[in-house]
Design a protein around this ligand. Structure first.
Ligand code: SF4
Length: 369
């Protein structure tokens, strides 16, 4: 049997473009949606990785729950036709509350998705307005409950902290409301200001009143404290799960596994006979459609990854995980530097970030550059 591969499907459409978002997502509707889905099916059908079993399937975006069920089904069936699923396949779909109606969630569950990741971000109406989100706090609570009614046993909630004007008490209240929904997984991200976003412009103009670094660090520490008391385990810098409920797709990627990617802007990373290769699909939906319709591979970039780069990427990704990476073969200099700053620790033949190191993860991993 050929080697398993994780499969990522990128649905690039959203109701609105959020001011902080640098994902490949577009507030588009109309004929371009169906045209893009048709092109995605064709890319999957003509995939160079066809026949490799699906380790996991992940529909991300953008907003996959925005697609009508017939389009989602067509894509899902195309994926399983190209990539025979391994037993007990984990199939995740991202969803946003405004499009995660009970009917839509039931349809998604019947298509074969068995894990839902809901973009909540905050339960504060002011936060949601400032973030340009298309939903209100009650929509998120309703969608989380409907996900359970629709049969999703595995439910992740995405939240962000370090938001404009947010206090530690506000963040605590968000955690309370998230925990009341009984998710088995939480992804808790510190807001980052990404180049080219509306938030970057506001930040540059001094018009974003973000909490101090110390407050943001306290919010981060609070995540682990609160969630561990509720039976969650932190397994990655921003991710917490009940035992056995870790996102297998993301863990596979962080451990350096191969992944295919379909859809505009999707990024695949595969070990080919000549070495590791990263392929990025064309980002704009129309350009992507035109390439696929002409019968051309829709790559925007094909990058051969040399051994040193690959090694650094393995360290970068592996250190995100609490399990860390094997100490064998790691250069002693950066390792000692990380230990002396209190960012890295060695135990049982592995190296991992300390709780302090997780606050400085970028600095800690760049020691190995
Ligand atoms: S809903 Fe998500 S992907 Fe879409 S614009 Fe907002 S943050 Fe980006």
């Amino acid at each position: 049997m050929s080697r398993p591969i994780a499969v990522y499907v990128h649905v690039p459409f959203c109701v609105v473009k959020c001011g902080y978002c640098d994902f490949n997502s577009y507030a588009m509707a109309g004929p371009i949606v169906g045209r893009t889905v048709a092109a995605m099916r064709r890319q999957i059908q003509q995939s160079p990785w066809r026949g490799r079993p699906a380790q996991t399937v992940f529909f991300g975006g953008g907003t996959p729950s925005l697609l009508p069920p017939d389009m989602l089904r067509a894509l899902f069936e195309a994926v399983l036709d190209a990539h025979p699923p391994l037993p007990e396949l984990e199939a995740t779909a991202e969803a946003n509350p405004e499009s995660a109606t009970l009917d839509q969630l039931r349809a998604m569950r019947s298509i074969g998705f068995n894990r839902l990741s809901l973009g909540v971000q905050s339960f504060d109406p002011g936060d949601l307005r400032r973030l340009d989100r298309a939903h209100g706090p009650e929509d998120a609570e309703r969608a989380a409950r409907d996900a359970r009614r629709a049969g999703f046993e595995r439910l992740n909630l995405d939240l962000m902290f370090g938001l404009e004007g947010q206090s530690l008490e506000d963040w605590d209240r968000n955690l309370d409301r998230a925990l009341a929904l009984r998710p088995d997984h939480l992804s808790l991200y510190n807001l980052t200001i990404e180049p080219g976003t509306r938030f970057e412009r506001l930040h540059r103009e001094g018009r974003l009143n973000l909490p101090d670094e110390e407050v943001q660090a306290a919010m981060y520490v609070r995540c682990a404290e609160r969630l561990e008391a509720e039976g969650f385990r932190q397994y990655e810098i921003s991710n917490y799960a009940k035992p056995g409920q870790e996102c297998r797709h993301n863990v596979w990627v962080w451990r350096g596994g191969e992944y295919a990617a379909y859809g505009p802007g999707g990024v695949a990373c595969v070990l080919e006979p000549q070495g590791w290769v990263r392929r990025t699909n064309l980002k704009k939906p129309l350009a992507y459609c035109l390439a696929v319709e002409r019968g051309e591979p829709p790559w925007q970039e094909v990058e051969a990854i040399d051994d040193a780069t690959r090694r650094f990427e393995e360290i970068l990704l592996g250190l995100r995980l609490n399990e860390g990476i094997p100490a064998d073969g790691l250069p002693e200099g950066p390792l000692r530097a990380g230990e002396s700053r209190g960012w890295l620790e060695r135990a049982e033949g592995r190296v991992r970030l300390t709780p302090q190191g997780r606050l400085y993860a970028n600095d800690a991993t760049s020691l190995f550059l």
